[in-house]
Ligand binder design. Structure first.
Ligand SMILES: NC(=O)c1ccc[n+]([C@@H]2O[C@H](COP(=O)([O-])OP(=O)(O)OC[C@H]3O[C@@H](n4cnc5c(N)ncnc54)[C@H](O)[C@@H]3O)[C@@H](O)[C@H]2O)c1
Length: 448
């Protein structure tokens, strides 16, 4: 089977690499000629661990083009992984996917034989079986059925872990137009992931609802943990790590994503949760849990800003350590670090910052307002308080000698990576969700 992949971005290019690594011949298509050129020269168009290695190793199976006819006519299956940006009402927009259906359909109008079209992009319930299918049928002059298959197959992958996530998914979600289409896609997955792949097959609308429900359930767990953290900031003697660890031992709950720290960010969690609420609204229902999850998430940056404000006077300098939305990626979409920089500046603090990968993208949104340093050490030298907001592994190695310059008085350790006992009194580690360390910091300021 030959496969065309439309969209060579953050998900599309790793999918090219993984399928090529399993011996499939892949033709990539993108409207961005730079990405097409890079793919043809086997240079990773986006930063993602192991992507470059796979593209180099399996280059014999990979080509790319901007020529739709060549790509679609020469392949049997087309996967579409283009943006579906959120509109002002929180619903995902189908514009890019629909324009791809026009192009794919135009070629399929003159291509004999069976072809399977797979929509990978996240869509609102009702989209794939509704406007997307209509557009494909209209452009191709063919009906979805025995000669033209359509599937919805969204990803649950986290950036920075895309290759591993594609090879070892928790489960594979397939919405299918009919049994034949689903069988072909499931067969492909069993070859790529292994015969024991955990595959859930259903109609389009159930699959669309499942995709955003999974992410909304996960964000609900994160917000629950953070709500607990907010209580533990203030409850005498409370330590949220102890409580969350114990709760997670209950097998009905589990430890995954029950880690109190900062809010969630990135290109999926915030918008999938909001879209879930929008779906409920559109059908006249309610999504109270999703709305509360979002509300709790939005107050995590103000919570941190308040903790900082209780430690040092306005005009002091704060180092924000971590600007990407999670470790191992340069993506800053909905990043809590970026939001914190802006909130601290708004509260009158001078802000310095560091991130191992995301300084470039961060500079484009922060401008000259925040001074970005190439190392955490340099950022700390300028800071009265530091906040570790993204749990990059290198921040777990921050040791007392990095703050031996004497200026940094508190490190707010949102992910509780540091051992407070290692730090002397002149630079205390404050653990978010640990009432005692927060109170000690507050008292120290009051005493001065
Ligand atoms: N990034 C994630 O973590 C993630 C996770 C799960 C699902 N998704 C979903 O995957 C989809 C794509 O996300 P992404 O992060 O890969 O986006 P991206 O912006 O990184 O990449 C999209 C690519 O599509 C190309 N493109 C746009 N319109 C095109 C067209 N008409 N024809 C051909 N190419 C076109 C763009 O040039 C770009 O290279 C979205 O629906 C997103 O919600 C993303």
């Amino acid at each position: 089977m030959k496969i065309s992949i439309v969209g060579l971005g953050k998900l599309g290019s790793p999918i090219v690499a993984v399928l090529a690594s399993k011996g499939y011949d892949i033709v990539g298509i993108d409207t961005n000629p730079v990405f097409v050129d890079k793919m043809n020269n086997h240079i990773a168009p986006v930063e993602e661990p192991f992507l470059q290695e796979l593209l180099t190793k399996h280059k014999a199976h990979i080509s790319a083009t901007t020529d739709w006819t060549k790509a679609i006519a020469e392949t049997d299956l087309t996967t579409v992984i283009v943006p579906t940006p959120s509109g002002p009402d929180g619903a995902f927009r189908n514009d890019y996917v629909l324009s791809v259906m026009d192009e794919v359909g135009r070629v399929l109008a003159n291509k004999p034989g069976y072809h399977l079209v797979v929509v990978h992009s996240t869509t609102m319930p009702g989209s794939v079986g509704g406007p997307i299918r209509q557009r494909l049928e209209h452009a191709s002059g063919r009906k979805v059925g025995p000669e033209l298959g359509l599937c919805y197959n969204p990803e649950f992958i986290a950036l920075g872990d895309v290759i591993h996530g594609l090879l070892y998914p928790d489960f594979i979600l397939i919405g299918e137009s009919d049994r034949k289409a689903g069988d072909i896609l499931e067969g492909l997955y069993r070859k790529v992931v292994g015969p024991n792949a955990n595959v859930a097959r259903m109609n389009f609308v159930n699959a669309e609802l499942t995709k955003i429900s999974v992410n909304t359930y996960v964000t609900m767990k994160i917000s629950f943990a953070n709500m607990l953290g907010e209580i533990c900031d203030r409850l005498e003697g409370a330590d949220v790590s102890v409580v969350a660890d114990a709760i997670g031992r209950d097998t009905r709950i589990g430890k995954k994503y029950l880690k109190p720290a900062v809010g969630y960010g990135g290109p999926c969690f915030p918008r999938d949760t909001i879209a879930f609420g929008r779906v409920a609204q559109l059908v006249g229902g309610s999504a109270d849990l999703a709305l509360s999850t979002d509300t709790i998430n939005r107050r995590q940056v103000p919570r941190l800003t308040e903790v900082v404000g209780d430690m040092i006077p306005g005009g002091s300098t704060v180092a924000v350590l971590g600007l990407s939305y999670k470790p191992s990626t340069a993506v800053i979409e909905e990043s809590q670090g970026i939001l914190l920089v802006k909130a601290l500046q708004g509260a009158g603090f001078d802000v310095v910052a560091h991130d191992p990968m995301a300084s470039g993208p961060a500079r484009t949104v922060l401008g000259d307002g925040a001074r970005l340093f190439p190392t955490a050490r340099e950022a700390l030298v300028h800071a009265d308080v530091a906040v570790i907001i993204t749990p990059w592994p290198e921040y777990a190695d921050i040791s007392p000698d990095l703050v031996a310059h004497g200026r940094t008085r508190f490190i707010i350790d949102c992910w509780r990576q540091l051992d407070p006992a290692l730090f002397a009194d002149d630079c205390k580690v404050v653990r978010l969700g640990h009432q005692e360390t927060i109170a000690v910091a507050g008292k120290q300021l009051a005493a001065e």
